[in-house]
Design a protein around this ligand. Structure first.
Ligand code: FES
Length: 154
């Protein structure tokens, strides 16, 4: 995920590249997230107009999916999976560890690293799984999380 500032021209190009696809809304939103790290308010009328839907409908889709952020993240984003396979592999212990050892509370949207809960990243075979700024992390342990957070702090 790249967050290097909003550009209306780039957003328009991303929207135009997919506007004629069937079910274009979600791919467009993912492309904007991937490029900017969030969906800027200014993208909403662009998307609505390109797809011939209302702005309210566009906002509704963005709000429905936890993955779509409407403001830039204040730091690195660690998405930790808490769905069944990762639960069975101990993700709740890791969430607890993040809070107790590092003061990072999942879904609180503050802290030097933003920890967000997600439900299945599609990496169940590598549970417990997470993503750090879009990069997959597999078979997490307390130690690997500690090492990752130490690296971020450098
Ligand atoms: S359940 Fe965690 S990646 Fe699928």
């Amino acid at each position: 995920m790249v967050d290097s500032g909003w550009s209306e021209a780039e957003a328009k190009a991303l929207i135009d590249a997919r506007r004629h696809e069937k079910g274009a809304m979600l791919p467009i939103l993912h492309d904007l997230m991937h490029r900017f790290g969030y969906i800027d308010e200014a993208a909403i009328p662009l998307i609505a107009s390109a797809l011939n839907v209302s702005k309210a409908e566009t906002v509704g889709v963005i709000s429905f999916y936890h993955d779509f952020r409407r403001t830039p993240a204040e730091g690195p984003v660690l998405k930790i999976c808490r769905a069944e396979s990762c639960q069975a592999a101990g993700c709740e212990d890791l969430v607890d560890h993040l809070e107790r050892r590092h003061g990072l509370v999942a879904d609180s949207h503050h802290g030097r690293v933003q920890v967000e809960t997600v439900y299945c990243l599609g990496h169940c075979a590598a549970s417990p799984a997470a993503m750090l700024d879009g990069e997959p992390m597999a078979r997490l342990t307390r130690e690997s999380l500690d090492a990752c957070l130490a690296e971020i702090a450098r």
